[in-house]
Design a protein around this ligand. Structure first.
Ligand code: KG4
Ligand code: ZN
Length: 327
């Protein structure tokens, strides 16, 4: 069985063909990153206009010359994300589903990120804890099985990726900030600049990054000459430590069998190292960096396991879609 996964929730336009649950046949991603680098961040309308240009060529490339008859179903991200961007993928998928007479499966972008962990030859065992860390979300999710995702906590304000991006912008480092800060931090001293680890000792599964962002801004104003490597390393440690601590705590409280990382920030080398040092490999799942950021392959993988094909008529973009709230 082959599923064509389509993703357009933020600035990427992506499509992938995945076969028999987890074999990636193609994974095509077009990004309008260069345009956003110029403006220091995403301008939603600019992103959506670019996606309109890319969506059909990207789908065509993902099919790799195959006849439509070889595709069994389509899957598309319906939310969360930017409404203009989501509409490009959702309306394209609905049209193709109608014209090709193929079932269409709607996918939650946040859950789909976690499915990148099924695409690289190992199978996570349930119950699992998922940490989804992206530009717009930071969520701790209990996954009891493929149909039961419960959000146990997450950020109360900014997402971890947003903190990377905004701090990098303030330093004039460019966009997106996460990879730039990660690279600078490789040769920096994480103890040079004291920054808070918000909510790290609180007895809950929540995070907060907006106070850290303010503390980083204040530090930059106070210090006449800031060392960008040491600043990047200090900021990165302040973001990563609460992520690791709270994930390990929730994993222990819920006695899970595996821990899954997902989302753009899980491409961060320091975050990956910190988890790898504390959790043995059989229990830890971290996608390869290409599958951490937005892609169509994890959309298709999620669709295989959710197994809820419906008619295109019932599918709508939902920018505010969340993972179901738990306790
Ligand atoms: O999951 P994603 O591609 O898109 C969203 O759904 O948001 O995540 C994008 C976020 C951005 O904030 C970006 O700065 C961050 O992921 N990111 C990283 C790294 N690569 C991407 N953050 C830290 N280190 C990285 N290597
Ligand atoms: Zn994402």
């Amino acid at each position: 069985m082959k599923i064509l996964g389509i993703e357009s929730s933020c600035d990427e336009t992506a499509a992938a063909l995945v076969e028999n649950d987890t074999k990636v046949i193609s994974n095509v991603i077009a990004s309008s990153l260069e345009l956003h680098t110029k403006t220091g961040g995403i301008i939603p309308e600019v992103a959506a206009r670019e996606q309109l240009k890319y969506i059909l060529p990207v789908i065509k490339e993902a099919l790799q010359g195959r006849e439509i008859v070889e595709v069994d179903a389509l899957a598309v991200t319906v939310g969360p994300g930017l409404i203009g961007s989501l509409l490009v993928g959702v309306e394209t998928a609905k049209t193709l589903s109608f014209v090709w007479q193929k079932p269409l499966i709607s996918v939650n972008h946040l859950q789909a990120h976690l499915y990148a962990n099924w695409l690289e030859g190992r199978t996570p065992v349930f119950p699992a804890i998922g940490l989804v860390v992206s530009g717009g979300h930071t969520d701790l999710v209990l996954i009891k099985d493929h149909h039961e995702f419960i959000r146990l906590g997450g950020t109360r304000d900014d997402a971890a990726g947003e903190c990377f991006d905004k701090c990098a912008r303030l330093l004039g480092l460019g966009y997106p900030g996460g990879p730039i800060i990660g690279k600078l931090a490789e040769t920096g001293n994480p103890k040079r600049y004291p920054l808070p680890r918000p909510m790290i000792s609180q007895d809950n599964y929540d995070f907060s990054f907006s106070g850290l962002k303010t503390a980083a801004f204040a530090l930059m104003r106070r210090e006449k000459k800031i060392n960008p490597h040491d600043f990047a390393a200090s900021l990165q440690a302040a973001i990563v430590e609460p992520l690791v601590e709270k994930t390990l705590r929730v994993a222990e409280d819920y006695q899970v069998k595996t821990i899954l990382l997902a989302g753009g920030v899980s491409a961060n080398q320091f975050l990956r190292q910190q988890f790898s040092q504390r959790i043995p490999l059989p229990e830890l799942f971290i996608p390869s960096p290409k599958l951490c950021t937005d892609n169509g392959a994890c959309i298709a993988a999620n669709a295989f396991f959710s197994n809820k094909a419906v008619s295109w008529k019932g599918i709508q973009a939902n920018p505010g879609l969340e993972i179901e709230e738990g306790v």
